[in-house]
Design a protein around this ligand. Structure first.
Ligand SMILES: [Zn+2]
Length: 646
């Protein structure tokens, strides 16, 4: 395999990586002894039905840029994990190398290993039904081309988004033409609330989420036994700009059956589970159940490390149980939009019951301890999966962990605040750290003690205390190095790919500094176009700089001609609010244009002046108010803000 790197940081960063310390080697050996490594059934299942792997393991753009390269993972080749990788994670890292076009059953195929998620292909009577077109158009196009290299070429008649996460819809433009959608030649089907959810999570808090996702997925870590080995759900997410075509049909009833191109599909809505808008599907003609992302062969996240609104594991478990009850007795193959299928009715029900109980157990036990007055970190330390459940590969914490999922349950019910008023108004990190280090006798004394603890293998504590020294003085090279060393050993020991990535990427930033990425666009044109107008003005409100709006009040009327929408936007108390559906008599100006024109101005494709000159933008009243509003807004900043230093 060719080895063109798709990671923008130099592979030489791995030179600074240290070996596994004895305590890490011992911890990983203990894990190897504890888990049922003689159960290798998943390795056969992950390859079952393989028709053809991705040629060379590489996906390129039309101009030859490498977008995806499994060759970078060629080091993942033996059964035995290196001492720098948790053996259980190593197992998943090997399984996630299975890639290519797979036949699941007659008329149902999956493209796996092109991206984080799978694209499922159902062969209808006249064309194809595609489920979840991956993250970017280039990747989705390449995956579909791989399918066509081995199966008859047919038009795509429908795309189904199982849920509102970008690895499940962002590549839609690579597999269908919007003109075909508009002309009714291709349907786009999604669960109720899809558009609101897709913009909700990714727009208002998109920038810090993207920054934190670098830690979760380890995008900027070199691949290697001392670097990124996996992302839990797959090897990683494809690069490029995601797109979006809005659904033409929403599934709104709890259960709906439709026949699409001759194929019966029973949709089961499962909102507020792994995503705010998500649905399962049962295909009675094939006896196949598709659980979307609600029953992957791992412990998923109640809140991912990138950050999200806390999910509800109670209803998540309930929807899995509903699926067992409704479809379990009729299902021969279980598929998901990540990983490999499960075959056999008994095995499927057994697998789903384990998933159901996994989420419910963590939820219930966290609440049991909360009701005894335990604090989040104490509960996280106390809860273990019950014997019998914890030895199943399909519930291991490759993506989520029991530890951070417990904290998510606590947050969902009782918030970030643990109830101790000493934690209600503490000093912020940097001034607190300066005091800590001063009280502890200065940085040199703290480092010296932490070195002794490092030698004893107490990496969690070393990272915890070195964090204070680094926050107190980010130029302290010794503290940064020791903190990095501790995080690194924690990464080597982590079973969760996301924890490993976060620890190792933290170490990399402490050693090499924050990698500077080119400024990020506010959002893609598709995301902006997909944003409802109220959601658009919600976003505008989050960019208002109070210093620039100080003392100002005004009302602006808006009329978006292409969407037949009117609203009145009020600036008062350095805060923007709006009323949809009405104009105010008190407005300083009334602005008429299309949303498309507004979007073009926001994206910098045109300016307000140009739009006025061309007649695309009309302003009645005070014409300076429109520019004044834009002048009060923050420009989006660089997402590469400091995390490990104050
Ligand atoms: Zn996904």
């Amino acid at each position: 395999m060719a080895t063109a790197s798709i990671v923008p940081v130099p592979a030489s960063h791995l030179d600074a990586a240290r070996d596994a310390e004895p305590a890490t080697t011992a911890a990983n050996a203990a894990m190897a002894a504890r888990l049922p490594f003689d159960d290798v059934a998943d390795f056969e299942t992950a390859k079952r039905g393989l028709i053809a792997e991705i040629p060379e393991g590489i996906v390129r753009t039309a101009t030859g840029t490498v977008l995806w390269n499994l060759g970078e993972y060629a080091f993942i080749d033996g059964e035995l994990a290196p001492s720098t990788v948790n053996p259980s994670l190593w197992r998943m890292a090997r399984l996630n190398m299975a890639n290519g076009l797979f036949k699941v059953t007659d008329r149902l195929y999956q493209l796996r290993g092109f991206d984080l998620a799978n694209m499922t292909v159902i062969e209808g009577d006249t064309g194809l039904i595609l489920i979840d077109p991956l993250t970017t158009a280039d990747i989705a196009r390449a995956a579909l081309a791989h399918y066509f290299a081995h199966r008859p070429k047919k038009p795509v008649v429908a795309v189904i988004y199982t849920h509102s996460h970008i690895d499940h819809y962002g590549g839609v433009r690579g597999v269908i033409d919007e003109a075909d959608v508009k002309a009714g030649r291709a349907a786009v089907i999604a669960p109720n609330g899809f558009m609101e959810a897709a913009s909700g999570e990714n727009v208002l808090a998109g920038l810090p989420m993207a920054r934190r996702a670098q830690f979760q997925f380890g995008y900027l870590l070199p691949r290697g036994a001392k670097g990124q080995v996996d992302a839990g759900l797959g090897k990683g997410a494809a690069r490029g700009t995601p797109g979006l075509i809005a659904p033409t049909q929403l599934i709104v009833a709890p259960v709906e059956e439709h026949t699409i191109d001759g194929v019966r599909i029973v949709f089961q809505l499962a909102p507020e589970t792994e995503a705010p808008a998500e649905m399962h599907m049962f295909y009675p003609d094939f006896s196949v159940l598709n659980m979307a992302e609600n029953a992957c062969p791992l412990l998923h996240n109640f809140i991912p490390l990138r950050g999200a609104v806390a999910r509800d594991p109670r209803v998540w478990s309930k929807y899995i149980d509903d699926a067992i009850a409704m479809y379990g007795p009729k299902t021969d193959v279980l598929i998901g939009q990540h990983h490999w299928p499960t075959w056999g009715r008994e095995a499927i029900v057994d697998y789903l019951e384990a998933q159901r109980d996994l989420y419910k157990h963590i939820h219930d036990q966290t609440l049991r301890y909360m009701n005894k007055g335990w604090r989040p970190a104490e509960i996280a330390e106390a809860i273990e999966l019950p014997k019998g459940l914890d030895a199943r590969w399909s519930v291991r914490g490759y993506y989520g962990t029991v530890s951070h999922n417990v904290k998510a349950v606590y947050q969902r019910y009782l918030s970030w605040y643990d109830g101790n008023p000493c934690n209600l108004h503490p000093l912020p990190p940097a001034p607190a750290a300066k005091k800590f280090v001063e009280y502890m006798g200065g940085a040199a004394a703290v480092i010296s003690r932490a070195r002794a603890d490092f030698a004893k293998g107490e990496y969690r504590w070393v990272a915890q205390v070195m964090k204070e020294v680094v926050y107190a003085d980010s130029t302290n090279k010794e503290a940064r190095a020791l903190c990095a060393d501790a995080l690194e050993q924690m990464g080597y020991q982590a079973e969760s790919a996301t924890w490993r990535n976060a620890f190792l990427y933290g170490a990399q930033e402490l050693r090499h500094g924050v990698f500077q990425m080119p400024a990020r666009a506010l959002m893609s044109a598709d995301t902006l176009a997909g944003l409802a107008t109220d959601a658009f003005f919600d976003m505008v409100g989050t960019r208002l700089d109070p210093a620039k709006a100080a003392g100002l009040s005004m009302v602006l009327n808006w009329h978006f001609t292409d969407r037949a929408e009117k609203l009145a936007l009020t600036l008062k108390h350095c805060t923007l609010t709006y009323r949809m559906g009405e104009w105010s008599k008190a407005a300083a100006a009334s602005i008429t244009m299309s949303r498309a024109t507004l979007d073009a101005i926001v994206l910098g494709k045109t300016t307000g002046q140009e739009a006025m000159a061309s007649g695309a933008l009309g302003i009645e009243g005070d014409p300076t108010r429109f520019a004044a509003l834009f002048g009060m807004l923050d420009r989006p900043g660089s997402m590469m803000f400091d995390i490990l230093t104050a």
